[in-house]
Design a protein around this ligand. Structure first.
Ligand code: NOJ
Length: 748
């Protein structure tokens, strides 16, 4: 028997279903949990398992594709709960219509890697992290959500909140760098940005904190590799950004490909059940990474997909992305009692709850509005925001004799290198190519051309390709340099050289780019090198021989404009590195918050039976927190409100910062702490606060930080999160390696 609503026919049992979900109009007001329960009661075991199954769409792929079965028929049969890589109102509507033909009419969730913008591409997450500007990062995530949701996307697989101390690892680009404190704040900001005013608003997408957990610590920086670390390290360094994301309301988590201390994260009950769902009381759901359920066979953790499904479901992986282990085995596992129905019910409830919160039960086509999609396709306000955060992400690494900023009246500028006219390489990994997009991407050439006056002559020579070994363009480049007053050389990595499955053992400029720079520098002309990359690269010759170096990462759609703003002084660079830049690959992993060891080197040339390299200083090429400005900031000595304090009291740390240079500018004042003696050893420095100060020429301002005992907590050897009375150092400065210091004591 059928009845009709809005011209569609539904079977009678649907009456019951509608009764449950449309509270208010049909029944008394129900909580979301009650609505979820009502739906769950009506579902067969197969339909429940269908909700736990996610397939890739047939339009694009971000992992190894399995070509099997007719997905549309499976959707119609209620065998699919979510799809990834299906975007655009057109595509999502088509599939949602099919889901609406299923018996239970449970809407699909559409997930997508919206990592640093959807239509408007923002700087890489690592680059944005260099801005230390939480509001700007929240805004960039917000805009990404507005654009993606307008194109039918419900759920982004972001933010990636993995701490990364190894620039060989290609995914270093996708997170916030090496620091736990900064990474946690950024994780929360990005979650807030994606989820906006909350799920249920048409411009909010569900965030997904990934990859749970410790994926960034892959041995030797090789993607998908194993991770072995102490639980203390895990709790103290790698998990806090996930906790911050959960506390900020992240709707979902994604587990990770790696094994952690021998247990694959996907089958890891300690991570997913004990920490995330029990201790942190996380109410969202966990999706596996692409195929990671089935990959537990390769890990040698389970024998087949049947065991894989059992291990993953029991460990708390609620949704299987692309491995098909759940859809093929869970029903049998439940029937055989190997997976309790309560485990399946819990997973399904979590998934259904998000669908309710997104408003999809009431309006399955809520995100399928062509007019809105069109409106957000070219939103000028988004372009303005992209330019703003792009320039905030640019790090000035070197500027000898104030070569920068350049005068807009410079007579002749030579623009050399493979990135000058590049378009898509500005976007970087995890960005989409829209067929009509290249016109929107501002190249360095475009940006500079728009910036300078008509009196400046611009010369161009590509010099070489990114990867090629041909030097045939060198002569032309040298010739252009000879005719110019100043040379700007662009160098770096193509957009596919850093990202997923893009680990490298050598992280230098590819091809003959460094040789090109040497040849051009040999002309004696003043040279500015722009480095465009997704990770910290090693470029010692350039660091030692070229007067000005600007790290431009991959800046997105507005790259050229942002770079021109910085080069010509319309924006005074303010970014600070969120990750250490090594001198060579041999120093990796390298991070500022290391332990002291029993034989610390006292300086970079100390080799007297100390923990050091005989062929290289210990210090990085550029330290965490480092970044220059066109102006200079002078720090006063630190003033403490008292020399010692007790828990429950506050210690005020004050420092005055003066702009002593010739430009107004912004400084990120960083506060670090060192616990000098602990029941477990503590890092030589740990970031515990920062403030951004905008100072006019000649202006000074006093920053004030408050320290409480809570800021001094750490995990002891029993994994208790405690503080211990004793002696501490506090440091304030503009970089982790350039600070003022003072001592204080925490007393009982
Ligand atoms: C694998 C990646 O590790 C993950 O971050 C991504 O979200 C999925 N593929 C889906 O593309």
């Amino acid at each position: 028997m059928l009845y009709e609503i809005n011209g569609s026919s539904f079977p009678v049992y649907s009456l019951l279903y509608f009764n449950h979900i449309f509270s208010g109009s049909f029944a008394q007001k129900k909580t979301t949990d009650q609505k979820v329960d009502s739906v769950l009661k009506l579902m067969t075991l197969d339909e429940k398992i269908g909700q736990m199954n996610q397939y890739n769409g047939d339009w694009a792929a971000t992992g190894p594709i399995t070509k099997d079965g007719d997905k549309q028929t499976q959707i119609k049969n209620g065998m699919v709960g979510s799809m990834l890589n299906v975007t655009g109102v057109d595509h999502t509507r088509t599939l949602q219509q099919i889901a609406m033909q299923s018996r239970m009419k449970i809407p699909l969730l559409f997930g997508q890697d919206v990592i640093h913008g959807y239509r408007t591409i923002f700087p890489l997450p690592l680059a944005e992290a260099a801005s230390w500007d939480l509001k700007a990062m929240e805004q960039s995530a917000r805009i990404a959500a507005v654009e993606a949701s307008a194109a039918g996307v419900h759920w982004t697989f972001a933010p990636m909140v993995d701490i990364a101390r190894d620039p060989r690892w290609g995914r270093v680009m996708e997170g916030a760098g090496e620091d736990t404190y900064l990474g946690s704040l950024i994780a929360a900001a990005r979650v807030k940005g994606f989820q906006g005013r909350g799920l249920g608003n048409t411009d909010a997408v569900m965030a997904c904190a990934k990859h749970f957990a410790a994926y960034g610590a892959a041995v030797a920086g090789r993607d998908y590799n194993s991770v072995d670390m102490s639980l203390r390290q895990l709790l103290e360094t790698y998990l806090p950004p996930f906790k911050a994301a959960a506390d900020a309301g992240a709707a979902t988590f994604m587990n990770s490909f790696n094994d952690l201390n021998g247990i694959p994260a996907t089958g890891n009950a300690y991570l997913q059940r004990e920490i995330l769902k029990r201790k942190w009381n996380f109410k969202g759901f966990v999706v596996s990474d692409w195929g990671s359920v089935g990959e537990m066979i390769n890990h040698g953790f389970v024998k087949d997909n049947y065991e894989a499904a059992m291990a993953a479901a029991n460990a708390g992986s609620d949704m299987d992305m692309e491995s098909r282990s759940y859809i093929q085995n869970l029903a049998t596992l439940v029937k055989e009692g190997k997976v309790k129905i309560s485990v399946v019910d819990d997973a399904v409830k979590r998934i259904l709850k998000k669908k309710f919160e997104m408003g999809l039960f009431a309006e399955p086509y809520k995100f399928c509005n062509e007019a809105r999609e069109k409106e957000q396709w070219n939103n000028p306000a988004h372009i303005v925001a992209a330019r703003d955060i792009a320039r905030k992400s640019i790090v000035l690494l070197k500027n000898e004799k104030q070569l920068l900023p350049l005068s807009k009246q410079t007579k002749t500028i030579a623009l050399i290198g493979p990135f000058v006219k590049a378009k898509a390489d500005n976007l970087g990994f995890w960005s989409y190519d829209w067929p009509d997009d290249t016109a929107r991407i501002v190249s360095v050439w475009d940006g500079i051309k728009t910036k300078i006056g008509t009196s400046t002559k611009l010369l161009y020579a590509k010099g070489c390709d990114i990867k090629d070994t041909s030097r045939s363009g060198f002569a032309e480049a040298v010739e252009a340099a000879m005719q110019s007053d100043v040379v700007i050389i662009t160098a770096g990595e193509a957009r596919d050289m850093t990202g997923e499955a893009k680990s490298k053992s050598i992280i230098r400029l590819p091809g003959v780019q460094e040789d090109l720079i040497k040849a051009v520098a040999a002309t004696g002309k003043p040279v500015v090198v722009l480095i465009s990359a997704g990770r910290p690269l090693v470029f010692n010759w350039i660091a030692n021989n070229v007067p000005a170096i600007v790290y431009t990462w991959w800046l997105g759609t507005q790259a050229g404009n942002a770079i021109a703003d910085v080069l010509f002084g319309d924006y005074n660079p303010s970014a600070k590195l969120p990750i250490s830049f090594p001198r060579t690959e041999g120093q990796i992993p390298i991070y500022y918050n290391h332990y002291n060891t029993g034989r610390p080197a006292h300086n970079d040339s100390d080799l007297n039976y100390v923990s050091a390299y005989i062929d290289l200083p210990n210090s990085p090429q550029y330290a965490f927190g480092y970044g220059l400005s066109y102006t200079s900031f002078l720090y006063s000595d630190i003033e403490l409100s008292k020399k010692s304090f007790k828990s429950g009291e506050k210690l005020t740390v004050k420092c005055t910062v003066a702009n002593a240079g010739n430009y107004e500018g912004e400084e990120t004042v960083q506060l670090y702490i060192r616990d000098l003696f602990g029941s477990v050893v503590r890092p030589v420095k740990e970031l515990k606060g920062f403030q951004k100060l905008f100072l006019k020429k000649g202006e000074s301002k006093t920053v004030e930080f408050i320290i409480t005992a809570d800021d001094l907590r750490f995990y002891n050897d029993k994994l208790q999160y405690i503080y211990e009375p004793g002696d501490f150092k506090v440091f304030v400065g503009g970089s982790s390696d350039n600070v003022k210091e003072a001592d204080f004591r925490l007393i009982k």
